[in-house]
Unconditional design. Structure first.
Length: 376
């Protein structure tokens, strides 16, 4: 990035509180911008390497695991075990089929799922879940936001849900504003509202003032030399982009680089609004960094793809992917070695007994959040 803007004083004079806040805000924004840029670059690498290095291997492993389910179902249909064992085997098959059918709904897997789910197909299960979820969502949002849902409202689409909520809440807000405006305001309320309006006006004016100074100085239409005109056109693009994004940091940096800026002698009012605008930008950048950190997070409890693969103080991104690839290859090799066991009655009987023991342990232990996380 370009030179970092900082307020300095001559002869080691002590900075004022506002000057210190300005410098601190600039340093933090500079750090957050660099962090966000680095995170975006790593996310691009993560996406590429998952596509080329991980997905093909994971699909190969899943194909083997689906074959295991098919072998277990074949043995189940041969009915070689006692009823109790066969029932346990059916539970095992259904549990495994549930893990894959949503992502890999092959005809063979769908038939197996239906056979071990009392004749109820996966499509019917999903339909019932969606119906229950719609009712639960209506109840939850009605309680949370005080919004009454009409019977025919379709909540299967998140965008439709958001649109309906926005419409209802806007109507409630308009009704509230109407009732509020009809009330007589106290002198203090009027004073607070006026102060807030003035603050917003001054904040917008500060950013606009910097923008207009740059526009007056570098607008290409006033330039006759074609080469200079082309340079100023590129500059104006950067200036306008920073202004449209409300990026005071970049506006200040551009003004420093292009015109020079005597921040040491800025009056307190200007500096006050610079600091306020910069603090707003810090919040926006912190939110952006938080969103980047959650890239590829499939559940509330599980780690995001960024947390799994981005470089940290211990391992680089490359090393993390090497470890992941090695682990999947090892799992594939082990699964291939064990696949023939799923055709062996004695081995399947061992799996049945082990599954039954695991169920007893779970029932004895009771609810454990780790069981939920493991299935996500």
């Amino acid at each position: 990035m370009s030179e970092l803007i900082q307020i300095k004083t001559e002869n080691s004079a002590v900075l004022t509180k506002l000057q210190k806040q300005f410098n601190t805000s600039i340093q933090k924004i500079n750090h957050l911008k660099k962090l966000a840029l680095n995170m975006k670059q790593e996310i691009e690498q993560i996406q590429a390497k998952i596509s080329t290095d991980i997905i093909p291997l994971e699909r190969k492993l899943i194909d083997i695991q689906i074959k295991e389910i098919i072998h277990l179902d074949t043995i189940y249909q041969e009915n070689v075990f006692k009823k109790r064992d066969n029932d346990t085997l059916s539970e095992m098959i259904l549990e495994r089929a549930e893990a894959y059918i949503g992502r890999f709904p092959t005809e063979e897997l769908s038939d197996i799922f239906t056979r071990h789910n009392d004749g109820i197909s996966y499509e019917e299960v999903v339909e019932q879940i969606n119906s229950n979820a719609s009712t639960n969502i209506k109840d939850s949002f009605s309680t949370m936001f005080g919004v009454e849902f009409e019977e025919e409202v379709d909540l299967s689409d998140p965008e439709k849900l958001q649109e309906y909520l926005d419409k209802q809440m806007a109507a409630d807000e308009a009704d509230y504003e109407t009732r509020k405006n009809n009330r007589t305001k106290s002198a203090k309320q009027i004073e607070r509202e006026e102060k807030k309006r003035q603050e917003e006006k001054n904040l917008n004016r500060t950013s606009r003032q910097i923008y207009m100074e740059l526009v007056k100085e570098f607008h290409p239409d006033r330039e006759k030399d074609e080469l200079e005109k082309e340079k100023k056109t590129l500059l104006m693009h950067k200036i306008s982009e920073a202004y449209e994004k409300d990026d005071l940091f970049d506006l200040l940096r551009l003004r420093l680089n292009l015109m020079g800026t005597n921040f040491e002698n800025s009056n307190n009012d200007n500096l006050k609004y610079y600091v306020k605008l910069l603090k707003q930008q810090i919040v926006e950048l912190e939110n952006e960094v938080s969103e980047l950190q959650s890239f590829g997070q499939s559940s509330f409890f599980g780690p995001s793809l960024y947390e799994r693969f981005a470089s940290d103080g211990f391992y680089s991104l490359e090393n993390k992917f090497k470890k992941e690839v090695a682990a999947i290859k090892k799992a594939i090799k082990e699964s291939e070695r064990q696949l023939p066991f799923y055709r062996d009655f004695s081995q399947v009987k061992y799996l049945i007994d082990a599954h039954r023991q695991e169920q007893k342990y779970r029932n004895k232990r009771g609810f454990d959040i780790n069981d939920v996380v493991a299935k996500m």
